[in-house]
Ligand binder design. Sequence first.
Ligand SMILES: [Zn+2]
Length: 227
Amino acid sequence: MVGDEVLDVVFRRHGKARRLVLRLNATGTGVLVTVPNGVSRARALDFTERSRDWIEDRVKARGGLIHLLPGHVLSLRGLEHEIHHAAGRRGVVTADSERCLIHVPGELPHVPRRLLDFLKSEARADLTRASRRYAALMGVSFRRITIRDQRSRWGSCSAAGDLSYSWRLILTPDYVLDYVAAHEVAHLRHLDHSARFWRLVLTHCKDATRAKNWLRFHGQDVHRVVT
Ligand SMILES: [Zn+2]
């Protein structure tokens, strides 16, 4: 436990490991401990316990987890919005980007689910619009768009012409979502990352380099949002 957060600890036996190694998992929500053969479970636990300060430092550097609950602040299209429970109100979830608020009506226990549905449907709308625009520019067509919660990738394109994207792209600045759409749509023409592929992306998406850098340096941040 770090602050008010409970971290999962996963121990993994690894025959080739030379020593005990401890690190945060890819999303920063848990700890992975690699245990070489011949090292006892008790020693691995003791090692983890003694690494507590190191873990705490890493978790602080990562920033706190963001829950889909009133009072938490999440980034919508790259702009910070506070989640507000509009208790007395009925109707749909709305984002007020002037005042940096997301109003979630309905009963409190339903807030996380309703907000997640809202974020996914906003992601779908933005990604559909961007994909259509790039498909027209690049002279290609796609079949359907699926919105997922993929941890390891932002999007993908199948040989059959189906596009899939992470809903978390709605948390990133507009130009980043836009670039990911350009990237996946360009795969409808070139299913590789060849020079021709990149030329096609860069011809139509001027912010591609800036967006790639954003994803490299801030991409993991979007996984702080817990669903
Ligand atoms: Zn690609």
